[in-house]
Design a protein around this ligand. Structure first.
Ligand code: NAP
Length: 295
């Protein structure tokens, strides 16, 4: 894929820095975004613009999607057509030898369904969601978990080398999505656990700053506890990764059969926080929710 042309769909918080990395690395990139103004802004930086998802195939051998959720991804594939490959969606323009790489966080079932529809046209599909937020995206330091055929994964490696610091083929179609959901179960454990420990200590007379200083020096410190310590100390819940997204991912994991006790408790906890209005705040806002505070 090294010399080939890349199409990119989805220019949100993650997509924009990722596409910039590919352009810096010398890929010839054509972009499409539902809100056209975000794509137009990239023209000055050298990106080509496509008028629709279908049209992006005219100048791309590989198309990467980075959109919100299952509904958005289906919309991109279906376009305004009827879903049978007509219309202006990705499916309409797909041809033999072309490849879609989806890096959004969606369900494995959606990946399998879209892959099957593309396969009818002879096109390949890789589910390849990422761990890491906006900063790792800017730095090309994401962790990528892929599902699909080995040859499709190997074709994607030159792109992954510019977007990520580590990438793994986890198994068949949907295995990348399953791995991503598993990662976010662990993420939810981390932030819920940190919150519960700090709340318990405070109820026994230890200030959060003091308790977090101990955690930070200990074996249970990690990237999440370090990154979110400032949020708790400063009472700052501005979203880097919104609580509603983590609640969505736990819901997807639950839908996939997550049944172990901690996972069920996490699912319930985050759905309750969502219902209480904390969705637009950072995922670390599970802390004030558990304290019983109001948004
Ligand atoms: P975002 O900033 O909300 O951007 C979402 C993108 O999806 C935008 O380009 C948006 O287009 C597009 N979109 C939404 N609905 C659409 C629809 N119906 N049809 C076509 N396009 C649609 O999201 P993000 O933070 O970049 O996240 C993208 C994906 O990465 C999500 O699945 C998320 O869970 C995952 N992720 C995020 C992070 C993170 O830290 N943010 C980390 C790891 C993984 P418009 O511009 O028109 O709205």
């Amino acid at each position: 894929m090294g010399n080939k042309r890349i199409g990119w769909i989805g220019l949100g918080n993650m997509g924009l820095p990722m596409v910039r990395n590919l352009m810096r690395a010398g890929f010839e990139v054509t972009v499409y975004n539902r809100t056209a103004a975000k794509a137009a802004a990239l023209r000055d930086e050298g990106a080509g613009l496509a008028v629709s998802a279908a049209a992006i195939w005219e100048v791309s051998d590989v198309v990467i999607t980075m959109v919100s959720d299952d509904a958005a991804l289906r919309q991109v594939h279906r376009g305004s057509g009827d879903g049978d490959g007509g219309g202006d969606g990705l499916l309409a323009g797909a041809r033999a030898g072309k490849i879609v790489i989806d890096m959004s966080t969606v369900s494995p079932a959606t990946s399998r369904e879209l892959a099957a529809q593309l396969a009818v046209k002879g096109a390949g599909y890789l589910d390849a969601p990422v761990a890491g937020s906006v900063k790792p995206a800017e730095l090309g330091q994401l962790v990528i978990m892929a599902g699909g055929k080995k040859e499709t994964y190997e074709a994607a490696l030159p792109v992954f080398a510019k977007l990520g610091k580590a990438y793994f083929l986890m198994g068949e179609q949907g295995a990348g999505n399953v791995a991503k959901l598993a990662m976010n179960v662990l993420l939810a454990f981390n932030i819920q656990g940190l919150s519960e420990a700090v709340i318990f200590a405070r109820e026994k007379g230890i200030l959060p700053e003091a308790m977090l200083a101990v955690v930070g020096e200990s074996a249970v410190a990690n990237g999440v506890t370090k990154m979110k310590t400032a949020n708790i100390v400063e009472d700052n819940w501005q979203a880097a990764f919104a609580l509603k997204h983590l609640a969505k991912d736990l819901r997807l994991a639950f839908g996939e059969g997550l049944h172990t006790p901690g996972g069920i408790a996490l699912h319930d906890s985050f759905q309750q926080a969502l219902a209480a209005g904390w969705g637009e705040k950072d995922m670390s806002a599970i802390f004030p929710f558990l304290e019983g505070k109001k948004v």
